[in-house]
Structures are given as C-alpha cells and as structure tokens.
Design a protein around this ligand. Structure first.
Ligand code: NAD
Ligand code: GLY
Length: 384
C-alpha cells in the first residue's frame, strides 16, 4: 500500500476514559484523537521505568510509526520497533518466532513493555508475544482499526492461527493500557471500516436493543465520521466489551461467550475462504451474525422480523449477509460443519452456538445437534 505519513499532533481535545476492573488489576482505555502524539506521556504515567518496543505492520508503520516513536523518544523510553507483513497470515508460528527473537534482540526485559500498534492482527500477535516473552512482559494496545478499537484491543485475548483453525493457540494477557486514537480511522480503507462495523453492531445485537435501533438511525454519520456519532458508537461498544470482560474475564461463566455471536459460523467461513481478501474477518462475522439470527428463527427462538431487520441493516451499510455473497465457489454444508467443529466452545465434541431470542437477547445454546445445523446449512449454502 502506498501511504503518506499521517499528521498527528498532540492537542488538549476530549479524551474518554473507560476503566476495566479485574480482580487485583485495573487498566484504562483512553479514546480520543490525539493519543499517538501523547503516547509517551500516557505510557510513562502508567508504567514508570518501562522501555517500549513497538510492534506494527508495514501499512501502519508507514502512517503512524514515526510520530509514535517521536513521542516515546521524547520521554527517553524507546527501545526500537519490529515490523511484520500486514494481514491475517502474520498470526502464525513462524512470524511469532521471528518476532519474539527480534524483541529479545531489541533488549526487552521483564520490566519493559511491548506496544501493539495496528489492527486486530497486530494486537493478537504482539499481545501473544508479550505474554510469552521472558514469561510475560507488559503490553500496551494502540488499536488503529475500528475492529481493534471496539473489540480486540480490550479484554486480553491474544493468539495466532494454525491450519486447524483460528486463534487456537493463545493466552489471556490483559494490557496495562489501551490508547485508541480515533484519528487513525481517517486513513482506514472503507472496506476495513465496514468490517469493523460488524463488531459494533454485535454489541447491539447481543445485549443492547436500543443501541442497535440507534445504529439503524445514525449509521451514516458513524461511517462518515462527521459529527459525534462515531465517537459515541466506539465508546458504547468499548463500555459494553469492558462490562462483559469484567463479568467473565476467562470466558468461564458463559457471559463472555456472548461476544462470539456470529463467530462459529463466521470463523468457519473465514477458514474456508483461506483467511484472505476474499472475506475479511469482520465480513465473516457479519454473515455469521445473520446466520445466527436465521438459525434462531428456524429453531423457533427468534421472531422473523428481528432477523429481517439485521439482514436489511447489513445490506444498507454494504456488508455481506449470505454465504452466496462470498466471491468464488460456495462451501458444502459438510465442509462448513467440519470447520465449525474446531470452535473453542466445543465441549466433549458437542457444538455450542450463540443464538438469540430477539435483537439484544443473545444466549448460549449447548449441544446443538449436528443434523439440525447440516439441514440449515444445506439451505444457506444453496445445496438443499
Ligand atoms: P488487520 O489487523 O489485518 O487490519 C486490517 C488492515 O488495515 C491491514 O492491512 C492493516 O495494515 C490496515 N490498517 C490498520 N490500521 C490502519 C489505519 N489506521 N489506516 C490504514 N490502514 C490500516 O485486521 P482487523 O480487522 O483490525 O483485525 C482482525 C483480527 O482481529 C483477526 O485476526 C481477528 O481474529 C482478531 N480479533 C481478535 C479479537 C480479540 O479479542 N483478541 C477480537 C476480534 C477480532
Ligand atoms: N472478541 C471475543 C472476546 O473478546 O471474547
């Protein structure tokens, strides 16, 4: 990607703070439009004495690495940087191995910190590296995509993919600080912004019906970034995510599993599409959410009108909603079911799905019979 370095200056504009309080720990998520330039100040306040190694991808480096490094250098805490290739394929063992060695060569010690500057790929990869480096060093998340700002930078899930499936190797490693500089969204490609919007919608669909209704009215302003709506959508999403993480940090009680609305279908579709530009993660989640609503209707849990509203909204904002919207050959129901069986919610070989009783009313259904899903997928894959 050809990128012009973005102009980032410190200013005293509004910064919203959302705290995540966990047993014995607490960290803040700062949301504002001047946070790259002010990163040195914020990080040294939270992690005094820590030096910083920045991990980013080549696209983001071209735009935001220089101003971040300048801010860290001004405080005398910059160790260096590591740049990986953009894209999901960087969430892999070979890239993790190379990155871990680079961080050791940069001299990262136990008391130092890794900064993940980028989208969810960088957050997951750098976060996982931080969790295993010297048995764990501190982590600061600096998300630069909408998806990462509203979801992946908060809550401590980190990891990489394997040929068996997505995020199957990883660790919980909470950040010490999250700095979400929303000015970075101005350079995000429109398709990536849309993919992140699928995760924004998710918070309305899983537990906040009024938020979904608000998005139905204000999505255009959220997309355009004109007016206060984008910030409101990000803040609402982050507050929802923080509350869920506080309630169930390690996904043990079932509350955090609700964040996986659309993900069992979505991850399988993403794996089928080869983790490529054919289908972005957020686009897979958009289709997955629609399938979760349709499956809930088919099982008699959800009113058909609610599923229709979801499908219509996806169409309005330009997101895919059906398996047929994925370019190329459609998967067979058997292929999808095999990929769905790799889901982390599978227990004793039994598939669990996040389903809905309506918009804003998600729940976890355990032991969903494979035959029922196969019959549903036959219709959705166009092979019935
Ligand atoms: P991504 O990190 O691949 O970023 C998308 C693209 O945008 C990349 O090409 C990147 O270089 C570019 N980019 C990033 N910021 C930019 C900016 N400001 N301007 C211009 N270009 C920019 O993708 P993503 O959608 O952010 O993240 C997807 C990943 O997040 C998936 O691997 C998914 O599994 C993971 N995820 C993790 C969690 C979690 O809780 N840990 C939650 C949701 C998703
Ligand atoms: N994005 C799912 C989770 O954080 O649990």
């Amino acid at each position: 990607m050809m990128a012009k370095e973005a102009t980032v200056t410190a200013s005293s504009r509004e910064v919203i703070t959302v705290d995540v309080t966990l047993p014995g720990r607490r960290y803040s998520i700062l949301i504002g439009d001047c946070l790259i330039a002010a990163a040195g100040e914020h990080i040294t306040a939270v992690l005094p004495g820590a030096r910083c190694a920045v991990v980013t991808d080549a696209n983001v480096a071209a735009l935001y690495l220089a101003p971040l490094k300048a801010s860290l250098e001004a405080r005398g805490v910059l160790l260096g940087d590591a740049i990986v290739a953009p894209g999901e394929t960087s969430k892999s063992f070979p890239v993790l191995a190379r990155l871990s060695e680079t961080l050791l060569k940069l001299g990262v010690e136990r008391g130092d910190c890794v900064i993940a500057l980028g989208g969810g790929v960088i957050g997951d990869l750098a976060g996982f590296a931080a969790s295993i480096l010297r048995r764990g060093v501190r982590l600061v998340q600096m998300p630069t995509t909408l998806l990462a700002q509203v979801d992946s930078s908060v809550g401590g899930k980190t990891g990489i993919d394997t040929p068996q499936g997505k995020n199957l190797i990883g660790a919980f490693h909470q950040p010490s600080l999250v700095l979400a500089d929303i000015s970075t969204l101005s350079t995000l490609p429109a398709r990536e912004f849309g993919a992140g919007y699928a995760e924004v919608m998710k918070y309305g669909l899983l537990g906040d019906a009024p938020f979904f209704s608000w998005l139905e009215k204000h999505w255009q302003q959220v997309f355009s970034g004109q007016g206060p709506e984008r910030l409101k959508a990000i803040e609402t999403s982050v507050r929802a995510k923080a509350a869920i993480v506080e309630a169930d940090e390690r996904e043990e009680s079932g509350t955090r599993a609700l964040l996986n609305l659309g993900h069992t279908f979505g991850h399988a579709l993403e794996a089928y599409a080869g983790y490529s530009d054919r289908l972005l993660h957020g686009e897979a989640i958009a289709i997955g959410q629609n399938l979760a609503f349709k499956f809930s209707v088919a099982q008699g849990f959800c009113p058909p009108d609610d599923a229709l509203r979801v499908e219509r909204h996806l169409a309005k904002v330009g997101l895919p909603s059906k398996i047929a919207d994925i370019p190329g050959k459609a998967p067979t129901p058997g292929q999808l079911l095999r990929l769905m069986a790799q889901d982390k919610k599978v227990q004793g070989g039994k598939l669990a799905l996040v389903l809905v009783r309506g918009i804003g009313q998600a729940f976890v259904e355990r032991d969903v019979p494979p035959d029922t899903i196969t019959a549903f997928l036959k219709t959705e894959c166009g092979s019935a």
